[in-house]
Design a protein around this ligand. Structure first.
Ligand SMILES: Nc1ncnc2c1ncn2[C@@H]1O[C@H](COP(=O)(O)OP(=O)(O)OP(=O)(O)O)[C@@H](O)[C@H]1O
Length: 604
């Protein structure tokens, strides 16, 4: 299958489970459905018995009618047949109902586990693996898994029916039954050979589907940038390429699957011809009754149909296993961020201590080396430095988004790896450069910081941020719809919502990545007011881009290539005439009032 697999790689966290492991895993999901499945199994059995009884009853009727053609016999046979058919239908309906409910519940549990895993994975996972592909596992693969579970239950009931029928046929004519069975191993061997190819082909096809949806998702997310840079033709041609690859993989998949049925039908045809011939010879020599011959001919359809469809079921089964394997791999993917304990800090004071920390995203590119920094409770730290100097990385380590490789980070004297992450993060407020808002209104987005907050609490914090003046600029105040990702609000308004959200959360530690984008002076003043409220009495780590924040910070940490090269106050650092002074002159100075005023004077 090299021609199909070429150039299409699995994700690094994919793994191959043995059939036994997969089966155990699936059984584990079915175990809460034990009762329903036991009743369904009973219904499957009774349905199979009745479905087998139906042709046997017809065969007996044929022989009976040759001897006795009275009205009472007709009535007796007709009532008997109707009764068997009705009961078979009832049991079939019961098993369909119960098994589809059980499968639905299993898929629900599987999706929940997959969703849990998605939420559990740390940020390094999402750096490496595209979110679109992850979504496809949670959505499409669980769907494929559910379809195959239903098919498997169908297959089991058909196999039971075939076994019962064969058992009965043996009592009639052993030689004919063996002839019938003689083809089974050939078909099974064929199906087994097909099994391996099918599984790989289907896995490949699903991967391709995930790649296409991931590509579409990325394109749509970045549509604004694409339009600005007039990249539509490039995007189109990239998409065309992915789509072409997907088409070719799917075409090969279809080819593999479509060739199986003609081969199966050919084998079945030969079997049918042989049995019809030998059956007719036996009737001729009177070693078989006409009713029994009918039963064999009738049995052929009942026998061959499930057998030939086992091959197709098998491929479907492979589809489900491949999909299940992908979902389980997502669930089992190991996090880099590992907590050794679940200690809760009550209350969090906000002392943060980096002790000789080494950190890198990729093994060969160190970002922080032997990094030490102690931040006191309530202190505001401004991290400054050129791009790539490691400011965001320090903030991400405090937020425990990534695992560091060496040293310790302590929060209030406790190793960060020992904390209950949920509890710790509830004490951590994060405002990113471009705050992410969820589709909904402003009120709901602020309440995200404390889901049980009352309307009054939301209103209070909204008013505290920037004196509440910004609410007047929203068309419907707190009820204004923010649109997808907050697209209906200006960047400044989004930041104010994010600040109000953190204020409502009331965390002990705040991480603030200041926006570099310039916003109008009025909004900037409102944001500054909001920041004053938020940073007061909390430990704050600010990735500073505004001169006003740097000036107000208790301590400025100047970074270069992951190392602290200077530390102190704004004035003290300027006096040192080192890296900070250089940064100030190239970056911060133009924001100073003196600079703006001198510029204004020059213009005059
Ligand atoms: N997710 C990531 N995967 C791999 N390398 C990364 C990742 N994020 C950052 N880096 C690298 O780590 C180094 C430090 O990046 P970091 O984002 O901490 O710098 P920064 O000072 O915050 O920069 P900026 O001011 O541009 O945000 C850079 O060399 C960067 O390329």
């Amino acid at each position: 299958m090299g021609f199909i697999m070429d150039g299409l790689d699995a994700e690094a966290y994919d793994r191959t489970y043995t059939d036994g492991q997969l089966l155990r895993r699936i059984m584990h999901y079915f175990s809460p459905q034990r009762r329903a499945m036991a009743i369904a199994a009973g219904a499957i059995f009774l349905n199979a018995v009745l479905d087998t009884a139906l042709p046997i009853f017809v065969s007996i009727s044929i022989d009976q009618l040759q001897i006795d053609r009275s009205l009472s016999t007709f009535i007796y046979l007709a009532v008997g047949l109707s009764l068997i058919a009705t009961l078979a239908w009832v049991f079939n309906a019961v098993r369909q109902q119960l098994s589809s409910r059980a499968v639905g519940d299993v898929v629900l549990a599987l999706r929940e586990d997959a969703c849990d895993a998605v939420l559990e994975r740390d940020m390094s996972f999402y750096d490496t693996f595209q979110s679109g592909k992850v979504v496809s596992r949670v959505n499409s693969d669980t769907q494929a898994f559910s379809q195959v579970m239903t098919l498997t239950l169908d297959l089991l009931s058909r196999l039971l029916l075939v076994s019962l029928l064969i058992g009965y046929l043996f009592t009639i004519d052993v030689k004919l039954t063996f002839t019938l069975l003689g083809f089974a191993p050939i078909i099974f061997l064929f199906a087994l050979a097909f099994r391996k190819i099918a599984r790989r082909t289907i896995t490949q096809s699903r991967r391709m589907t995930a790649t296409v949806s991931s590509h579409i998702q990325e394109t749509v997310s970045g549509i604004g940038v694409a339009k600005t840079f007039r990249q539509e033709p490039v995007i189109y041609s990239e998409f065309h390429e992915v789509n072409e690859k997907s088409r070719s993989v799917n075409q090969k998949t279809r080819f593999v699957f479509s060739s199986i049925f003609p081969l199966m039908n050919g084998l079945a045809g030969i079997g049918t011809a042989l049995l019809v011939y030998w059956g007719a010879v036996s009737v001729n020599t009177e070693s078989l009754s006409i009713g029994d011959w009918f039963l064999f001919v009738q049995g052929l359809t009942m026998f061959w149909f499930p057998l030939t469809s086992i091959a197709s079921f098998w491929s479907q089964f492979q589809l489900g296993l491949a999909a299940g394997e992908r979902v389980f791999a997502l669930i089992d993917a190991e996090s880099n961020v590992v907590q050794n304990n679940n200690r809760k800090l009550m209350p969090v004071h906000g002392r943060i201590n980096f002790k000789q920390v080494n950190f890198s995203y990729t093994p060969d590119e160190p970002v922080l080396g032997n990094f030490s920094l102690e931040i006191q409770p309530g202190e505001t730290i401004a991290l400054v430095g050129h791009t790539g100097s490691g400011k965001s990385s320090i903030a991400k380590l405090i937020a425990r988004f990534y695992e560091f490789q060496h040293g310790t980070i302590e929060i209030d004297g406790v190793d960060i790896r020992e904390l209950d992450l949920g509890d710790y993060r509830s004490q951590l407020g994060i405002v990113t450069q471009t705050p992410f808002l969820f589709d909904g209104n402003v009120r709901e987005n602020i309440r995200y910081g404390k889901p049980d907050a009352s309307d009054e609490e939301v209103q209070t914090v909204a008013r505290l941020v920037g004196g509440g003046d910004w609410l007047g600029s929203l068309p419907n105040g707190l009820d204004t719809d923010v649109g997808e990702r907050g697209g209906n609000l200006s960047l400044g308004q989004r930041q104010l919502v994010a600040l109000a959200r953190v204020l409502l959360q009331n965390p002990a530690i705040v991480i603030l990545d200041e926006a570099t984008a310039s916003i109008d002076p009025l909004t900037e003043a409102l944001i500054q007011e909001g920041l004053d409220v938020i940073l007061k009495d909390r430990t704050a780590i600010v990735i500073a881009h505004r001169l006003s924040t740097v000036r107000h910070a208790d301590r400025i940490i100047v970074l270069r290539k992951g190392e602290i090269i200077e530390t102190g106050s704004h004035e003290g650092l300027l006096d040192q005439a080192g890296h900070y002074a250089e940064l100030y002159n190239t970056y911060f100075r133009h924001q100073s009032l003196e600079y703006i005023e001198s510029g204004a004077k020059d213009e005059l």
